[in-house]
Write a protein that binds this ligand. Structure first.
Ligand code: NAD
Length: 302
């Protein structure tokens, strides 16, 4: 193996340490800490475990974290009123509604109700627009794309003038990361190509990439021969490809794999993110970073 691993687990700890120190400093100075509310409707096990992880991380940082669990029978109106309440709560800087929502609730209506200045997930159309404009307009970059960019920068990979190829055009990963990488500024200023299910000659495009970002959700889609020698490969894919017994707990756990054929890809890439342990652990970290940013806006520091 020759590629350098970009480990999300390591970068996560660096960023969390920075945020913890910043929280302490601001608490001393202003007597307040960042506030984040997570609204969970029902008890979908995947949502519960994701929300639990968010709460644990927020608490580690010293944030004020509220978990607001609601019955799966809550009406759409009641949920909208709840969001409105948090929109006006000065102690809350970030509002997160855990998806998916039950069928009787219109997800779009709910997400659009969140005050864009508290939308730390960055999915509100106002924040999507701000991201598109770029520069100082950007308040909350969406968490997974922000994680990708942060990992590229912290690995010391040059982005200015680089050929970036993004595989996938979803609203949560492909489109926003493509947009971010083409903006002027640090960690960007690249020439970006987006490829997707309608693309001819996928391999040909990938082979041109100095930085290849793959978010397709197809295990092993990217073959080693599609990777330019020395390229930086960011594998966003998280695919369940089997089950195994955990050595730690003795319980059944999922075997995860990325969208890149990892072992042989390491022989060609210069840098690569592993799955698991790559982009995955970074997403909640970037949520915490956005919450800190929102808190600083509220203090007039940004
Ligand atoms: P999505 O299904 O919404 O989008 C996938 C995109 O890939 C589509 O735009 C599609 O056109 C493209 N695609 C699919 N198959 C293709 C093929 N054969 N050739 C070319 N393009 C193809 O998925 P998403 O939400 O963007 O997520 C993608 C992957 O990233 C998933 O595995 C998901 O689990 C993972 N993910 C991880 C994180 C994280 O680690 N924090 C966050 C979000 C998504």
């Amino acid at each position: 193996m020759s590629a350098k691993l970009i480990k999300g687990t390591v970068i996560r700890e660096e960023i969390l340490a920075e945020l913890r120190a910043e929280t302490e400093e601001l608490k001393q100075k202003y007597g307040r800490v960042p506030g984040l509310v997570t609204i969970l409707v029902g008890e979908n096990p995947a949502s519960v475990s994701y929300v639990t992880l968010k709460i644990k991380t927020a608490k580690r940082l010293g944030y004020n974290e509220i978990q607001d669990s609601q019955s799966p029978d809550i009406t759409e109106d009641a949920l909208l009123r709840l969001i409105e309440k948090y929109n006006h709560d000065d102690d809350i800087n970030g509002i997160l509604v855990q998806l998916p929502l039950p069928d009787h609730i219109d997800e779009k209506k709910v997400l659009n109700k969140i005050d864009p200045d508290k939308d730390v997930d960055g999915f509100h159309p106002v924040n999507v627009g701000r991201l598109m404009i770029g520069g100082d307009e950007v308040k909350f970059p969406p968490c997974t794309p922000a994680a990708i960019q942060e990992m590229i920068v912290r690995a010391g990979v040059e982005t200015k003038g680089a050929e970036v190829v993004v595989v996938g055009r979803s609203n949560i990963v492909g489109k926003p990361i493509a947009n971010m990488m083409m903006q002027k500024g640090e960690g960007a200023n690249a020439t970006v190509t987006v490829v997707h299910t309608g693309t001819k000659n996928l391999a040909e495009h990938c082979l041109r990439a100095d930085i290849l970002i793959v978010a397709a959700g197809v295990p092993g889609l990217v073959k080693p021969e599609w990777i330019k020698k020395g390229a930086c490969v960011i594998d966003v894919g998280v695919n369940r490809v089997g089950e195994k017994i955990s050595e730690k707990t003795g319980k059944k756990i999922a075997v995860l794999s990325g969208d890149v054929d990892f072992e042989p890809a390491c022989e060609r890439a210069g840098f690569i993110t592993p799955v698991p342990g790559g982009v995955g652990p970074m997403t909640i970290t970037m949520l915490m970073k956005n919450t800190m940013k929102s808190f600083k806006y509220s203090l007039g520091l940004l």
